[in-house]
Write a protein that binds this ligand. Structure first.
Ligand SMILES: [Zn+2]
Length: 473
């Protein structure tokens, strides 16, 4: 997953919310289910499932044993090998079969088993050992995404132990290289489309309860769309020459002129039902002029002064449309030589439905110089916005009300980067609804000393239980 949207930080900073703080959990008084979940969490964090370590298959074997012991049969378990750019990895799918007569389409539940690597020497505590300290669980992927894997797995085991039979198939789909090549994700998504054809997909790898710094809940965020990530290299070549004999054309000047045009350009403002309702809700939670601008934009997406205010806010500008920005620069080869080439890297976050090709065409038009060559250097996965279906929203409401009665549900668009985009790309409504409850200041996914509040770990263990009961009973 990506870090929570910056908007969260802003909402949290506002600190204008009232609700009960999460209570600390007494470690001595764990229920059997809490103990089981904690054991799984400890065990899966111990697998260093980072690129280069090839530990995903070992983690898969561990999980398979857990599911078998709980009563899932070989026919319910599907393990697949993948080669992710030379790295051996695996995917795991577990089907919880519907009782006889179930006719509703299945539900697919996503998590990823791989992690961004962590170096022991850089961490205060060992990254691949679960450490409980000061009210936190520390360790790589305590948040991203072994909390999701643990929560979904332990929920399946708990429901099975209760003898519960769902009214429709529920399928866990755990990928093995979400943080890198997404080879397993792509193949699994294709398999799901061809063989399972679910009603919708729920992802454990984003979203969740945003807490204010004093621990009060602000909103439950539902990741409902991801912008398309595309990076271009813009290059100008030139015959060069001696710097004592400048020529009229110069690779650096030409590239710089192109970049100035891109800097000055604003892509057209776009609004969808999702982004308008996001601003309508966020506006109520955000004080001052910015909150007012959000409300005005939600009411009228052509309101020029609201747009100007939101475009000046780095946390909001990405929700208004496509953005492209220069991020790297390389040019010349000697201080006394005319540059033979100059290259800039331009990273774009493309609004759903716009398309990378159209964005590149627009950039070329803005630059207006055929000497500037464009090269797309990233794989591009385009994905449409997903609906937060009424049945899914009702299930989230039902589960949420047991923890945080009446908490606002806030669908949002993320800058992009989870397994979900591949399922959206195949036409499945996919929303990420993690059980985690976090302050912005506790967010260390991908970074050093990643952590999850202990209270959030235990507090979220019923999250999927109630959601699945509501959606499949
Ligand atoms: Zn993730």
């Amino acid at each position: 997953m990506q870090k929570l949207s910056g908007r969260t930080a802003l909402l949290l900073a506002a600190g204008i919310f009232s609700a009960q703080p999460v209570l600390a959990q007494d470690a001595a008084a764990l229920t059997p289910h809490q103990q089981l979940a904690r054991d799984i969490y400890r065990d899966v964090i111990a697998f260093r499932t980072a690129r280069g370590q090839e530990q995903v298959p070992a983690m898969v074997s561990y999980l398979v044993e857990r599911f078998k012991k709980a009563g899932f049969s070989d026919a319910d378990i599907r393990v697949t090998d993948y080669d992710s750019d030379g790295e051996k990895t695996q995917g795991l799918m577990i089907t919880y079969r519907a009782k006889a007569g179930g006719t509703e389409k299945p539900i697919v539940l996503l998590g990823h088993m791989d992690v961004v690597d962590a170096l022991e020497k850089d961490w205060v505590r060992p990254p691949f050992t679960l450490t409980e300290e000061d009210g936190y669980f520390f360790g790589r992927a305590t948040m991203d995404n072994k909390y999701g894997i643990t929560n979904l797995t332990s929920t399946f085991l708990r429901l099975k132990a209760e003898g519960w039979q769902p009214s429709r198939d529920l399928v866990l789909v755990f990928s093995g290289d979400e943080e890198t090549g997404m080879i397993s994700t792509e193949a699994q998504a294709k398999y799901v489309a061809e063989n399972i054809d679910p009603a919708f997909v729920l992802n454990s790898d984003a979203g969740g309860v945003a807490l204010a710094e004093d621990g009060t809940p602000v909103a439950f965020q539902v990741q409902s769309a991801e912008k398309t990530y595309a990076t271009y290299e813009l290059t100008v070549n030139n015959p060069g020459g001696h710097s004592s004999r400048p020529r009229a054309d110069n690779a650096i000047y030409e590239l710089a002129a192109a970049l100035e045009k891109i800097a000055a350009y604003k892509f057209p403002v776009q609004a969808t039902d999702l982004t308008r309702s996001y601003f309508a809700t966020a506006g109520k939670l955000t004080p001052g002029e910015l909150g007012q601008a959000m409300l005005r934009f939600a009411a009228d997406p052509s309101d020029a002064s609201a747009i100007a205010t939101l475009q000046a806010d780095p946390e909001s500008v990405g929700t208004l449309g496509t953005t492209c920005v220069a991020t790297m620069l390389q040019a010349g080869h000697a201080e006394n030589a005319l540059p033979q080439s100059a290259t800039a890297t331009v990273n774009c976050r493309i609004f759903p439905g716009t398309g990378a090709a159209a964005t590149e065409a627009r950039l070329k038009e803005i630059v207006g110089n055929d000497d500037v060559m464009f090269k797309l250097i990233t794989d591009v996965t385009e994905s449409p916005e997903s609906k937060l279906r009424a049945d899914v929203k009702a299930a989230v409401r039902y589960s949420l009300d047991k923890r945080y009665p009446g908490l606002t549900i806030l669908p949002y668009m993320e800058s992009g980067g989870t397994d979900g985009m591949h399922y959206r790309g195949l036409g499945y409504d996919t929303v990420a609804i993690s059980a985690a409850a976090m302050k912005a200041s506790d967010m260390f996914a991908h970074g050093l000393n990643e952590r999850l509040p202990v209270a959030s770990f235990y507090g979220g263990l019923d999250h999927w239980y109630w959601i699945l009961k509501k959606l499949a009973e």
